[in-house]
Structure formats: structure tokens, C-alpha cells
Design a protein around this ligand. Structure first.
Ligand code: PLP
Length: 396
């Protein structure tokens, strides 16, 4: 591509509005820290939790630990009256280290190692998710008398990361499963669903809540009144495109909870992850080299899909984080499409295709990857001997 063709490429005009001022490239570029690092503003996480509570006042949040389990993040969440959802005994142990009461924690992974169920119950967890007869049998065996909530499959086609192929009983099976739980001496405690991670249509929550209302009516005929309706996660964060705001989601969900359920369960829960932490962090990487490969411009960063950016893979190259660079001419110089790859010997660690960046990019420049607080460090490996990005916190 020559420079006149390059001028046809979309020119970013400025930083996206939602780029946190505390993590502005000018601020992060001035830090004397080796790259890669992940800078997180904890005050933003606190603000997100406050806004979530304001938009959904009848909903108790149980933050999904898997999304970002840095102790600093978990402590911030705990300080703001939120509890937690765990997927394993390992996540529960992290919370115990921080002094969280296991009795306040939900264990929402539906297929669990038996030893984790035993360990969690011994620690004081008393609420477990299930979506099958076998899992109910396991919970009855390993944590007798516990409370169980059934995960019901819902339409997650309006999410970027659907989950319902792997998890969830059909709505018509949920009733039989809660009846079976009662026969096994477990408490038929509730229902849960997940509209898929990064859900971008508020109608998904309406359909899901309507489906839960139908199951609740059937259960009433069996004399079962559920205590908890758990809406799971899915609340979106801003990356490079518009998403419904938490206030819009709140308006829709509150109306659905008031209008579509036969009665109000005493606990309406949610398990937000991404919405709470994604926008609070910026990944900072350095350009190791710039190459031309078969006519394409490539840059090689010191961070990769295996070092926190695996979500770029899960969407077959379509997942876009807001990008900025340390080039003085960023937003001014012509921008050309770059293939942005990682430092490892694996070609599959390529993160971005056609990313418009200044045509002047060179070794040593820094690349700032925003909205990087969710599902990044919690996935990062040491693949090929490259360590994961170091965590760095502001807003404490
Ligand atoms: C059971 C459960 N709850 C909550 C979440 C968090 O979802 P999100 O990050 O979309 O809010 C997940 C994500 O996979 C999950 O599996």
C-alpha cells in the first residue's frame, strides 16, 4: 500500500470517549515501567459497582471472580457491598485469603469436580448451581442438604460470547430437576440463566426473564416457591462499538422483573464480570519489530493472545479493543491497516487484523490497548517464556 492509498483508510480522530482519563496514553507513556503491563484504575471499578446498584436497585451483585481475580480488584469489589460468584474451589480459596465469608458466595459452575464441592461445602458455601440429574446427585452426595439453583438455557444469540451450548438445562427440564433436588434432600433454591457474555440487546433479558416466569408458575403447581432468581452475567462493556448503557439495561430488566414474574423471589441476583472491570484497565505493550509479509504491514508486540488477549481468538479475529500508540503523529499521520501479532513462535497468537495505526509505526513504540480489564490477566500464560503483563494499579 502506498501513502495515497493509505489516506483512504479510516482515520481515528481521537481517543474514544470512554478511555479513562487516569489511564490516558500520555500518562501511561510517561511511566517508567517495563512492558507489557496492565494498568487498572480501581476507582473506576468502584464507580461501576455504584452505577450498577443505581440502575438495578433490586438486584444483588455477585461479582464473577473468573473475569479478573487480581486481589486488588477483589478487595475493591468486596468493599462495595458486592459478593462473589466462583467457578472452582481455587477461586473460593482466593476469596478466603481476602477474608470473604464463603457463606455469601455462589458456586455457579454447573459441572464441578466432586472434590471442589466437598471443599466448598466444608468451607461454608451452601448454594450450588446444577443443570443435570448427575450433578444434582453429586451435590447431594458431596454437600448433603445444600441449596441448588438450576441453570436454564436461554437465547444468547445477541451476545459476542455465547455460553448456552456448554451450559444449561432446557426450560422444560428445570421443573423436573428442582423436583428431583427436593427428593434428594436438597433445597430447591432457585433458577439462573446467562444471556451470553457481552450481550448487546436488552430484549435478551426480557425473553430470559419471561422464560423464568413460566418455569416459576409451573413450580408453584408443585408447591415450590423459589428463593433466588439469578440473572448471571452478560452486562456489556464498551470496546470499539456502542453498547446499551447500564441505565438502559436497568430500565428494561426492572420492568421485566416487575411484570413477567408470578411473584418476587426474595433474592434477585446477578453475576456481572466484564461490565464491572473491562473499561477500568489499559494494556501497555511495546513494538518489537515491524515487517512486511506478502504485502501486509505487520507489527510484533511483546504481548500476545496467550498473554491476555485470547478473546481476540474466540471471535475469529473480529474482536476489537480500542488502540492508541505513543507516536506523536497518532491521529494526524496517515493510518494504514496493520496485522498486530505477538512475540511467540506461534502464528495463531495474532490479535488484530487490519488495525488502522500510523504508517510511521516503528520498533520501540508503545501500543495502548484499552478496555482490557476483563478476561485478560486471568487467562495469561507464560507461553514461550514470555511472562504475563505485570499488574499496576491507580485509584487506590
Ligand atoms: C456462571 C457465570 N456467571 C457470570 C459470568 C460473568 O459473565 P460476564 O463477564 O459476561 O458478566 C460468567 C462468564 O462466563 C459465568 O460463566
Amino acid at each position: 500500500m502506498n501513502l495515497s492509498e493509505a489516506r483512504e483508510v479510516r482515520q481515528p480522530l481521537g481517543l474514544p470517549n470512554h478511555w479513562p482519563a487516569t489511564l490516558h496514553p500520555g500518562v501511561l507513556g510517561g511511566l517508567d515501567l517495563p512492558t507489557p503491563f496492565l494498568a487498572t484504575d480501581l476507582a473506576m471499578i468502584a464507580e461501576r459497582l455504584r452505577r450498577f446498584a443505581g440502575a438495578l436497585p433490586q438486584v444483588q451483585p455477585f461479582y464473577a471472580v473468573k473475569c479478573n481475580s487480581a486481589p486488588e480488584v477483589l478487595n475493591t469489589v468486596a468493599e462495595h457491598a458486592s459478593s462473589f460468584e466462583v467457578a472452582s474451589l481455587g477461586e473460593l480459596r482466593m476469596l478466603q485469603e481476602l477474608g470473604v465469608n464463603p457463606g455469601d458466595v455462589l458456586y455457579s459452575n454447573t459441572v464441578k469436580p466432586a472434590s471442589h464441592v466437598v471443599g466448598a461445602a466444608e468451607a461454608g458455601v451452601w448454594r450450588f448451581a446444577a443443570d443435570s440429574e448427575d450433578e444434582l446427585g453429586k451435590i447431594a452426595r458431596c454437600a448433603p442438604g445444600s441449596a441448588v439453583y438450576i441453570r436454564v438455557r436461554v437465547d444468547d444469540s445477541t451476545s459476542v460470547f455465547p455460553l448456552s451450548r456448554k451450559f444449561g438445562a432446557e426450560a422444560q427440564e428445570a421443573r423436573a430437576l428442582l423436583l428431583m433436588a427436593r427428593e434428594l434432600g436438597l433445597e430447591p433454591y432457585g433458577l439462573t440463566f446467562h444471556v451470553g457474555s457481552q450481550c448487546v440487546a436488552t430484549s435478551a433479558w426480557v425473553q430470559a426473564i419471561a422464560s423464568m416466569g413460566r418455569v416459576m408458575r409451573q413450580l408453584s403447581d408443585d408447591g415450590i416457591r423459589i428463593t433466588m432468581l439469578n440473572m448471571g452475567g452478560g452486562f456489556p462493556a464498551r470496546y470499539d462499538g456502542p453498547v446499551p448503557s447500564i441505565d438502559d439495561i436497568g430500565d428494561t430488566v426492572n420492568r421485566a422483573l416487575d411484570g413477567l414474574l408470578p411473584y418476587q423471589p426474595s433474592l434477585i441476583a446477578a453475576e456481572p464480570g466484564r461490565h464491572i472491570v473491562a473499561e477500568s484497565a489499559v494494556m501497555v505493550a511495546s513494538v518489537l519489530g515491524r515487517e512486511q509479509r506478502a504485502g501486509e504491514d505487520w507489527i510484533y508486540l511483546d504481548v500476545s493472545a496467550y498473554h491476555g488477549l485470547i478473546e481476540t481468538h474466540q471471535t475469529v479475529g473480529q474482536w476489537r479493543y480500542p488502540l492508541w500508540t505513543s507516536r506523536h503523529d497518532h491521529g494526524v499521520a496517515a493510518h494504514v491497516p496493520f496485522t498486530v501479532t505477538g512475540p511467540t513462535c506461534d502464528s495463531a497468537d495474532t490479535m488484530f487484523y487490519g488495525a488502522p495505526l500510523p504508517c510511521t509505526m516503528a520498533e520501540g513504540d508503545r501500543v495502548f490497548i484499552a478496555s482490557a480489564g476483563a478476561y485478560t490477566l486471568s487467562y495469561a500464560s507464560h507461553f514461550n517464556g514470555f511472562p504475563p503483563p505485570r499488574p499496576f494499579f491507580v485509584g487506590t
